[in-house]
Design a protein around this ligand. Structure first.
Ligand SMILES: *Cc1c(COP(=O)(O)O)cnc(C)c1O
Length: 355
């Protein structure tokens, strides 16, 4: 498919934000990639164009029945102004899994990768220079067909927008305090917890707000059936270092198969560390905390890369982790991943794509 390009005029371009105060998702770049789908016609009209409002029918089905999916990945500026992407193919393949689950049309990964590259070539200047700051990439697909009636829509819009971001957590790479919720659940077996669909995040907001009101950065989710097995933390996968083992919950269908999770498992195994994908209860974790074998807990995700956990609160019981300090493995993984993402270290698994 041909991808058209319609550049914004000089006077429509914004001035770039101050790199020391980017925050997360506050600023959006000047252009976007857009592609349309109509049943019978397939995907068409791929274009890199000026960032602008969409015109949507109030009955657009995404607004009513939630056929909306997204992805999140980043572009990094390395040495000599070289721009790198980290495993972009994996994000688009995962997005097609989300599309299939939500009865939305799959798209050609090659076209979308090419569209992203075209967009980034135009928006290179938006990739921050400050270390740790990146250009966050948000591919999205929504049902645009107007209609009231629950069924798969026949029209969709796929788009990619870009946002320069600073460090994900305001505290920086410091351990966060996590509230273990036994009141809310994120996903149920047979549901949509394994895909990045908008409704999952809407459903999670109340738990996050209540945790924040109590001074916690995020929520740790337990399984929906027995409310005892660990699932994820906020919008990150979670890892535990207990004794000599690194443990992370298996991809059971109710957790998101994180690309950072997969990369962390691979790196740790490369280093000769045993990683087990197995179910773990909150009681196991608290017991390990009590008997001194719990060494580290950390979350993994594109936005934060690695987020060390310094404290858990479960039903009022406080479980301190590594004296509230960043653990050795979390630090080593963070450094290694960053170095690979910025093109500063060898990339034995061919994860990095140069622009
Ligand atoms: C996106 C996401 C993750 C992390 O996935 P990455 O590919 O590592 O960014 C984990 N959990 C949830 C719920 C997510 O939405």
């Amino acid at each position: 498919m041909e991808i058209r390009q319609e550049k914004a005029s000089e006077n429509e371009l914004q001035s770039k934000p101050d790199e020391s105060a980017l925050g997360f998702g506050k600023y959006l770049s000047d252009h976007m990639f857009v592609m349309k789908y109509d049943e019978g016609l397939g995907w068409h009209d791929a274009v890199v164009e000026k960032y602008q409002d969409f015109s949507l029918d109030p009955a657009a089905m995404a607004l009513h029945y939630g056929q909306a999916i997204f992805e999140g990945l980043k572009a990094y500026r390395g040495k000599n102004d070289q721009i790198y992407l980290f495993r972009p193919q994996a994000n688009f393949e995962r997005m097609n899994v989300s599309a299939a689950r939500m009865c939305m049309p799959e798209f050609p990964v090659d076209t979308v990768c090419e569209g992203l590259k075209k967009l980034l070539e135009l928006e290179k200047g938006w990739v921050p220079r400050a270390k740790g700051a990146t250009l966050y990439i948000r591919p999205t697909m929504i049902a645009t067909e107007a209609g009231l009636g629950v069924r798969p829509a026949k029209q969709y819009l796929f788009f990619i927008i870009l946002s320069p971001v600073g460090a994900y957590y305001p505290e920086g790479f410091d351990p966060v305090k996590i509230f273990v919720t036994d009141k809310y659940v994120r996903a149920v077996p047979g549901g949509v917890g394994h895909v990045k669909t908008a409704g999952n995040y809407a459903a999670s907001i109340m738990a996050a707000v209540e945790a924040q009101e109590q001074g916690y950065t995020q929520v740790l989710w337990l399984d929906a059936v027995e409310r005892k097995y660990i699932e994820e933390v906020g919008t990150m996968n979670i890892f535990f270092v207990i004794g000599d083992e690194v443990i992370t919950p298996p991809l059971s269908g109710s957790i998101l198969p994180g690309i950072t999770r997969d990369s962390v498992i691979q790196l740790a195994r490369d280093w000769g560390i045993t990683v087990q994908e197995k179910r773990l209860t909150i009681d196991d974790v608290l017991a390990a905390g009590e008997n001194g074998t719990l060494k580290e807990i950390f979350g993994t995700g594109t936005a934060a890369v690695i987020s060390p956990v310094g404290e858990l609160n479960y039903k009022g019981t406080i479980c301190p982790v590594n004296n509230g300090k960043t653990g050795e493995l979390a630090q080593r993984l963070f450094d290694e991943l960053q170095d690979i993402q910025y093109g500063e270290k060898p990339d034995p698994h061919n994860w990095v794509v140069q622009l």
